[in-house]
Design a protein around this ligand. Structure first.
Ligand SMILES: [Zn+2]
Length: 267
């Protein structure tokens, strides 16, 4: 079911990891950001768009992780984009001859039957440093940064004052660092400063996973994520509502991700 979060901006929430697909209405159709996870959900989304008399005219993946790169044939054949770095990372992942089989093996077993991998990652990289999505609709500013994954981009739909955060600023997931980067901690802090700089232009924030929030919530999540990253950097005890006994029901595994992340950083 599509839920309107601002004029012409709708969100489709997936059952898997509370993932949010974002639809932005343009002149002749919609921009679809991170379409979703399971085939049945994307079919439902395609159907909802049909009912609205809308077709997809452009797609965008916020970053090169499988759960943000999926597509279903029922969504059509519009051009799909990502940042230049994101597209390069996808090409690298798919340069391995049996990449699709490997990807299939790593899918969470409870949903693996219904994750369509055929069109995974078929995106075109925008020119390096591009700041706008090329499409006929409200201006969408690309806020590219180096945190969480190579070429990660948040999108600011300026006229609608909506920030699509990708895998940043979640209320259920802790900051998940890009451990392949040279300085994942400083990268993450830099990304949070970028969000802080845009916060005055935002009324609604949509994270890739978790709850949608308003402008106060945006600032609160920036502070919470910064406190987490600072504590990890300084080797302090991390107290964060998303891990340990205060983790939300069904999300206790995030504590394991935190422990693993600390281990990796100390190597
Ligand atoms: Zn991710």
């Amino acid at each position: 079911m599509l839920k309107q979060v601002a004029e012409g901006v709708l969100v489709h929430e997936s059952g898997f990891l509370q993932s949010n697909a974002v639809v932005v209405r343009g002149q002749a159709g919609v921009l679809l950001i991170d379409p979703g996870i399971q085939g049945a959900e994307m079919a439902c989304l395609a159907n909802d768009l049909d009912v609205l008399g809308q077709s997809v005219v452009a797609g965008f993946s916020t970053h090169p992780h499988w759960d943000h790169l999926l597509w279903d044939p029922r969504l059509g054949t519009a051009p799909r984009y990502g940042t230049a770095r994101c597209a390069a990372s996808v090409r690298e992942q798919q340069a391995v001859p049996d990449w699709k089989a490997r990807e299939a093996e790593e899918l969470p077993p409870e949903i693996a039957d219904d994750v369509p991998l055929d069109l995974l990652g078929q995106i075109s990289g925008l020119p390096a440093g591009a700041t706008r999505i090329p499409w006929d609709g409200p201006h969408v500013r690309i806020l590219e940064h180096q945190a969480h994954a190579p070429g990660h981009a948040a999108l600011l739909i300026e006229e609608r004052r909506v920030l699509v955060a990708g895998d940043m600023l979640s209320d259920v997931l802790i900051p998940m660092l890009d451990l392949s980067a040279t300085d994942p901690i400083e990268d993450y802090l830099g990304a949070l400063r970028l969000f802080e700089g845009a916060a005055d232009d935002v009324d609604v924030m949509v994270p890739g996973h978790g709850s949608i929030g308003g402008s106060e919530e945006l600032r609160a999540r920036i502070d919470l994520d910064r406190a987490y990253v600072d504590a990890v950097r300084d080797g302090d005890v991390v107290t964060d509502p998303r891990i340990g006994p205060s983790a939300r029901e069904g999300w206790d595994w995030v504590t394991g991700v935190h422990d693993w992340q600390l281990q990796q950083l100390s190597r």
